[in-house]
Design a protein around this ligand. Sequence first.
Ligand code: PMP
Length: 383
Amino acid sequence: MDAQSRYNKIKEKKLNIDASRGKPDANQTALSLGLLDTLTDCPTSIVNYGGLDGIPEMKQMFADMLEMNPNEIIVGGNASLTMMFDAVQTLIQSGIWQCGKTKIICPSPGYDRHFAICQHLGLEMITIPMTTQGPDMEMVIKLAADPNVGGIWCVPVFSNPQGYVYSNETIKALASMQAANPNFKILWDNAYAIHHFRGRRPQILNILKECENHGNDTRPIIFASFSKISLPSAAVACMAGSASGMEVFRKRLAIQSIGPDKVNQLRHVRFFKDLQGIETHMKKHAEILRPKFELVTKMLSQQTDSFTDPDGGYFISLETAPGKAKKIQTMCKEAGVLFTDAGATFPYGKDPHDTNLRIPPTFLSMEELEQAMEVLCLAMELA
Ligand code: PMP
């Protein structure tokens, strides 16, 4: 049967598969349901107000995970995205960044929600290319010579969507480069720090230490979260940085809240215990994730070699023939398989060459994933 006939036949099946977002599957979230049984008792200090930047044990757990000092950690609520939004808004409100003037460097393809925050809060975005080693640093250094360039978004480990890991040269360059704007910020979203499913955890340089070594201690604002370790809707997030770098955020927090959800923090501390406990848990995620990523790469490789094959994270990045990504995504949609909108991985939803599609292998069952990839491969062939 030719490709068109196979595509028409699949269409008749009226599939209804949502492959649009990188969510853990039910087996993964089941790994953490034990969190709900950890609190038959709860100390008064936990259930009452106070402890604005988190309970000491939770700060320690994040510090161990990020190889930082607990006093550099501010524990937040369930989502790091909320903290990122708040951080950007705080920088604007305090006059450190200015709407309509400050521009943010956005290595792309990148995380759509980072771009959405900038767009929503009125910060202009500058699209620059990603490489396998991280952002194109020659361009970053050139752009940072402009005082209106206020910062850069970074996902240093298993970047969304490629799954690239920043090289130490990239990290050193980001930390040491001259920036004309004295308030240049690196928004360091370390969402996938320990989310490897093959081999060992990537060892990257500590961005804060590197920045401190060059007198740029207020440059990095670090984010991390348990969303893809425990339960996405009931996780714990943090932000981190030097004492002076965090000052503006701590001031805001003191007005904004009398204290975070310490009950959930205690749940996490009791359930995971320590870094070793988290690492053991992540191995269980890895066992679930690895076969899904392998299925996707195996099926894609029958059609193309323009895709990433990461050792961790939640996504695979696919490069279609120029001008074809939107068409392919639409064809998939018409056959009942929903992928993230083509263009979403670029600022303003504009992929200059219309080539990038983001594939999240995690949420679907192996059977659904196979069907989704069959449709995608057919659409690529036909487009
Ligand atoms: N950062 C990145 C790079 C992500 O891919 C995601 C989830 N897709 C998040 C942050 C969201 O994290 P949280 O659930 O903690 O808001």
